[in-house]
Design a protein. Structure first.
Length: 263
């Protein structure tokens, strides 16, 4: 894995040769810094301006793919003319089409119930909270004391393991967060594949270069899809880790610096 700017001559050449670019990014930890609570992650006006300018350029189709609920994501980014994919791609709007997973929608009442159970079970642990995003749940423990993290893990497993092993839910882990999803074979990678095909159809171009920036473990599915389609995959990380991404930048600031180079 190379630093993106160290390999810039090669990357710039790939971008220059592309007929059209599908430019996709995660939100939290990629366009905004990681913060203690999700509601504190606000997009800067500078980043919003860069995204707006890129979206107006006919060479680009711009989109944000996030674990956040679609409505929350749209309200935070606040731009027209871009693609929004919420809940890890379970709900997508833009690109002249939309996608909503019907099975995920059927599971919504069950997830509401599970959210209440988890909130009640974890209530005694300071700093942990359950975020109900409609089609998925997140259990955040970034603000939990380090010596309490194992208590969170054990309590969480006790509730969800029977549901996970019987196929009623999917469970994944990110940075100081547990994710609970519907039992459907869908992730950020499959969402990117869907968007890439829609982009080719809409733009009537076979040569569409996919680009994706992400920071978390859930973004690895996205990197896999990008690499499979000959695109540019960029990990945002302050400490290097194993990743399927080909390139890395060290912070959201460097991620935005990359976007500015595309203007």
């Amino acid at each position: 894995m190379q630093h993106l700017f160290a390999a810039w001559d090669r990357v710039r050449s790939i971008l220059k040769d592309a007929e059209h670019i599908l430019l996709l990014s995660d939100y939290d930890g990629t366009l905004t810094p990681i913060v203690e609570r999700p509601e504190m992650a606000n997009l800067s006006e500078d980043t919003r301006k860069v995204l707006r300018l890129l979206a107006k350029n006919p060479r680009y189709t711009v989109g944000i793919i996030s674990g956040r609920a679609l409505a929350d994501l749209k309200s935070r980014v606040g731009l027209e003319g871009i693609v929004y994919a919420g809940n890890h791609g379970l709900e997508i709007e833009g690109i002249g089409s939309s996608y909503f997973d019907p099975v995920a929608e059927e599971v919504r009442p069950f997830l509401n119930l599970l959210s209440n159970v988890l909130s009640a079970t974890l209530r005694g642990i300071r700093g942990v909270f359950v975020e109900n995003k409609g089609l998925t749940l997140s259990v955040h423990y970034r603000a939990v004391d380090e010596n309490e993290e194992e208590v969170v893990a054990n309590t969480f497993r006790k509730v969800v393991e029977p549901l996970h092993t019987t196929g009623k839910i999917r469970v994944t882990q990110g940075k100081k967060v547990y994710e609970i999803r519907p039992p459907v074979d869908w992730d950020k990678g499959k969402a990117i594949m869907w968007l890439l095909e829609k982009c080719r159809q809409l733009k009537r171009k076979s040569d569409v270069l996919p680009v994706y920036l992400g920071d978390d473990l859930t973004d690895e599915d996205g990197f896999r899809a990008i690499e499979k389609n000959g695109g540019i995959s960029i990990l945002v990380c302050d400490e290097l880790r194993q990743s399927l991404a080909r390139y890395f930048v060290t912070s959201p600031e460097e991620a935005v610096a990359f976007l500015k180079k595309l203007l």
